[in-house]
Design a protein around this ligand. Sequence first.
Ligand code: PLP
Length: 365
Amino acid sequence: MKYKYPVYQPNLSGNEKNYVNECLDSTWISSKGKFIKNFEDNFSRLVNIKYSAGVSNGTVALHVALLALGVGKEDEVIVPTFTYIASVNAITYAGAKPVFVDSDPVTWQIDPKKIKEKITGKTKAVMAVHLYGHPCDMDSIKKIAIKNNLYVIEDCAEAIGTNYNSKHVGSFGDVATFSFFGNKAITTGEGGMVCTNNLETYNMAIRIKGQGLARDQEYFHDIIGYNYRMTNICAAIGCAQLERIEDILERKRKLAKNYINGIKVLGIDYHKETGNVKHSYWMFTILVNSEKERTKLRNFLAENGIETRPTFHPVHTMPMYFEKESYPVAEDLGKRGINLPSYPDLTDEDVDYIIGKIKSFYNVS
Ligand SMILES: Cc1ncc(COP(=O)(O)O)c(C=O)c1O
């Protein structure tokens, strides 16, 4: 079904075509070419981080980040159960064990108070996932990590433009990852980035993403690596996107403001900006009263041309990672949340229309 209002669509109206054509005309279409370095350097400036390595998507970015820190067999990595599956799968790819923690009911992010209970002698790292564009409580997470000698990996796939204490997320942990899938704040089609301030971690990430190539010897490989490289074509799209990132992020915050004002009269709960943070509202998300109500509202909106998404099912409810242990906040958020259309080309009138439909569902004028 084609929706009049999809939940997301990228804006590719700038130099995207010109730069992609430049790749085609120059024949630099694989993972060498000027756009890769440009994109990495400009992205480092956005995040205010020393090193960025482009990779083929946000999932492999996490795999590279974990391997670059030496996470592997016998290790445990603490991760929220309320996240997208890729955060958890990457831990499994690295050979480590994901250890779930519940979320904070206000921020919806990993609950630092519950991290401590899950630390064992095998815990090597905490993965802080900045879900839906709101940051985690990085002060508390870092304090716990320092005290227990743990690495911090930030999964910033959904948090381009998100600030914590006036600093872009990605610069708080030992390593951070981003995704540039078509529904992210900026896209490269498929793509990802591994960011760090640590030169050793960066060098290791470069080797892992590039087939484990030894540093000073051509075609000599001294570790098992992967081909996780980003193409020049993807980076070209990313360069064009970065030229307009401030406008895109501003527009998305404005849409969120419109949604917040519009739904006020309904008293519907939503994912609020909490603390000294900047929520980038990757997806503007509301919380309705029950799972049943969510299904009815989503169906009603779909009938009116509005695509929505349910919030993530907690990963511990899925067969590969099933646990009997209950994570009540994650389970509740996973049942009642709805992501509303959040793309930058949505006009104020479009948001008014969507809000109007939500109001008519609840019989409020
Ligand atoms: C929290 C989170 N982590 C990781 C990823 C993986 O990124 P990609 O789809 O680029 O592999 C996503 C993608 O949506 C995500 O939302």
